[in-house]
Design a binder for this molecule. Structure first.
Ligand code: NAD
Length: 482
C-alpha cells in the first residue's frame, strides 16, 4: 500500500520491530473494495508476554525515571509529528477502515490534539495536603499504575488510541496496545511517530492480533496493572472478568443507543445537521451515535419531513471519494446491519440515501436509513445496530421523553434541544448518560471533556483531565514528626 512508510507486518516490543512469534500474519482488507491491501502480524500470547516484560523494563528504566515535564515534552512532540503527517495518516485510515477522507482527517487531528492536551497536562497533576492530627503532615501522591493494557476497536482507532494511550503515558505508565484486527495500520504508524519523537523503548508496545488470542492474553496477564477496553458489551464482560481474576482496575467504554430529545420550542434549523450527522458519521459505527431521535408531537411531522429530505440527499461510496458515508468495516458488519434492517416493515422506512454509481462490488456498502413508527421497545429502537440507521420516536412531554430516553440498558450520551433554560437544567440531571449536550451534540469531539458511560455503556472515564486520575493511583503519606 502506497502511503505506508513502514513494514505493517511487524509488531513493536521493547523498541524492536519484529514479526509475530511463529511469524503468522493476518490480511488487511480495504472495506471500500473488499480487496487485500497489506498484511499485519498475528500477535500471540508469547508476544503479549514479551510486550508486558518490555513495558515493565521501561518502567524500571529511562521511562520510569523521566520527569512529568519530560513526558509531557515527548507527548507534545508526538502531537507535532502527527499534525505534520495528518494527511498521510488520514489516507491510511481511509483505506484501512473505509472512513471518508474528511472524517479520517478529523480523527488524525484529534489524535494530535490528544497528544497536545496530555503533553500539556502531564506535569499538572498534583496531590493534596490533608489537615490531620497535631504533629503530622499528610499528603497524597498520584502515581502511575505501572503497565497498562489498551484494547481498542476498529471504528475510531486514532481517537481511541489518543485518549487512552495519551493519558496513560502522561501519567508515566508503560503501555501494551492491542489494536483491533480490522484496523491496525494507524496504530503502527502512531508507534513509529512516537519512536521518532523520542519515546523510550518499551514505553509503548504494539501487538496486533486476534481478540481471542492477543486480546484475551493481554486481559488475563498478571503483569498488567490496569486495563482500558473499548468495544462491545460481550467482550467487555470477558475483559472485566479476566481483570477481576488479577484484581486490577478496568475502564470499560462500551456501546450505546443514545437519544437526542427535540422539544416543540427547539431551534430546528440549528438542530437538523446535528440530528442527522450524529447518526451517519462513520456510517453509524460510532459508540455515541444518536440512533434514537425523540421528538415532541408538536414538531414531529416537521422534523420527520426535514430529516427524510436530508436522508434522501445522502450518498455512500468509496472512502477516497469522500462522500457523506463510506462502507461498513466488514462483510460481517454489513450482514449484522442488514439483518436489523430486514426487521423493518416497508411503511416504517421513512427515507433512505443512495449508493454512488461507482461503488465497487466487493465493498461493504449499506444505504443510510431513517425509520419511524416503531415502538420504543422494538429491537430496532432498543438495540445497538452500529450502522447508519436512526429511528424517530414521538413523545408527549418531559416525563414521557425521559422514560423513553432512559428506557434502554445503555447510558452513554444524550442531547436536549430546547430554548427553555429550566428544562435544559432539569433534563441534564434526569437523563441517564455519561455526557449530556444542550443544543448541540458531541461538542466537536471534545478531547477536553470526560467521556464514558453508565449501565451497559461501561464505567470509568476517559478524555479530559479526568482520565489522568483513572490512569493513576493515589498514595497517602502520613508523616508523624511531633
Ligand atoms: P469488539 O468487542 O469485537 O472488539 C474490540 C476489541 O476487543 C478488538 O481489539 C478485539 O480484537 C478485542 N477482542 C475481541 N475478543 C476479545 C477477547 N476475547 N478478549 C480480549 N479482547 C478481545 O468490538 P468492535 O466490534 O471492534 O467494536 C464495536 C463496539 O465497540 C460497539 O459496541 C461500540 O459501541 C463499541 N465502542 C465503544 C466506544 C466507547 O468509547 N464507548 C468507542 C468505540 C466503540
Amino acid at each position: 500500500m502506497q502511503d505506508l512508510w513502514f513494514d505493517p507486518a511487524e509488531l513493536l516490543i521493547g523498541g524492536n520491530w519484529q514479526p509475530a512469534s511463529g511469524a503468522a500474519r493476518l490480511p488487511v482488507e480495504d472495506p471500500s473494495t473488499g480487496q487485500g491491501i497489506a498484511e499485519i502480524a498475528r500477535g500471540t500470547a508469547a508476544d503479549i508476554d514479551a510486550a508486558v516484560d518490555a513495558a515493565e523494563a521501561a518502567r524500571a528504566g529511562d521511562w520510569g525515571r523521566a520527569t512529568a515535564a519530560e513526558r509531557g515534552r515527548i507527548l507534545t512532540r508526538i502531537g507535532q509529528l502527527v499534525l505534520e503527517r495528518a494527511e498521510v495518516l488520514a489516507r491510511i485510515e481511509a483505506r484501512d477502515v473505509g472512513k471518508p477522507l474528511a472524517q479520517a482527517r478529523a480523527d488524525a487531528l484529534a489524535l494530535a490534539r490528544y497528544m497536545e492536551f496530555y503533553g500539556g497536562a502531564a506535569d499538572k497533576v498534583m496531590g493534596e495536603t490533608i489537615p490531620y492530627l497535631d504533629g503530622y503532615t499528610v499528603y497524597t501522591l498520584r502515581e502511575p499504575h505501572g503497565v497498562t493494557g489498551h484494547i481498542v476497536p476498529w471504528n475510531y482507532p486514532m481517537q481511541i488510541i489518543g485518549r487512552s494511550v495519551g493519558a496513560a503515558l502522561a501519567m508515566g505508565n508503560a503501555c501494551v496496545l492491542k489494536p483491533a484486527e480490522e484496523a491496525c495500520l494507524t496504530a503502527l504508524a502512531f508507534a513509529r511517530l512516537a519512536e521518532e519523537a523520542g519515546l523510550p523503548a518499551g514505553a509503548l508496545n504494539v501487538v496486533p492480533g486476534l481478540g481471542e488470542e492477543a486480546g484475551a492474553a493481554l486481559s488475563a496477564h498478571p503483569g498488567v496493572h490496569h486495563l482500558s477496553f473499548t468495544g462491545s458489551v460481550g467482550v467487555g464482560e470477558m475483559v472485566q472478568a479476566a481483570a477481576a481474576r488479577n484484581v486490577v482496575p478496568v475502564t470499560l467504554e462500551l456501546g450505546g443507543k443514545s437519544p437526542q430529545l427535540v422539544f416543540d420550542d427547539a431551534d430546528l434549523d440549528a438542530a437538523l445537521p446535528f440530528l442527522v450527522n450524529a447518526g451517519i458519521q462513520n456510517a453509524g459505527q460510532t459508540c455515541s451515535a444518536a440512533s434514537r431521535i425523540l421528538v415532541q408531537r408538536g414538531v414531529y411531522d416537521q422534523v420527520l419531513a426535514r430529516m427524510a429530505k436530508a436522508y434522501r440527499g445522502l450518498r455512500v461510496g468509496p472512502a477516497l471519494d469522500d462522500l457523506q458515508l463510506g462502507p461498513l468495516i466488514s462483510a460481517r458488519q454489513k450482514e449484522i446491519v442488514s439483518g436489523f434492517l430486514d426487521m423493518a416493515a416497508p411503511d416504517q422506512i421513512a427515507a433512505q440515501g443512495s449508493l454512488a454509481d461507482d461503488t465497487p462490488d466487493g465493498g461493504h456498502y449499506v444505504t443510510p436509513t431513517l425509520l419511524a413508527g416503531l415502538s420504543p421497545d422494538h429491537p430496532l429502537t432498543r438495540d445497538e445496530i452500529f450502522g447508519p440507521v436512526q429511528t424517530l420516536i414521538p413523545f408527549d412531554d418531559e416525563d414521557h421523553a425521559v422514560a423513553i430516553a432512559n428506557g434502554t440498558e445503555y447510558g452513554l450520551v444524550a442531547a436536549v434541544w430546547s430554548q427553555n433554560g429550566a428544562r435544559q437544567m432539569r433534563l441534564a440531571k434526569r437523563l441517564r448518560a455519561g455526557q449530556v449536550f444542550i443544543n448541540n451534540y458531541g461538542a466537536g469531539g471534545g478531547v477536553e471533556l470526560p467521556f464514558g458511560g453508565v449501565g451497559k455503556s461501561g464505567h470509568g472515564r476517559e478524555k479530559g483531565f479526568e482520565a489522568l486520575y483513572g490512569f493513576s493511583t493515589l498514595k497517602t503519606v502520613a508523616a508523624r514528626h511531633g
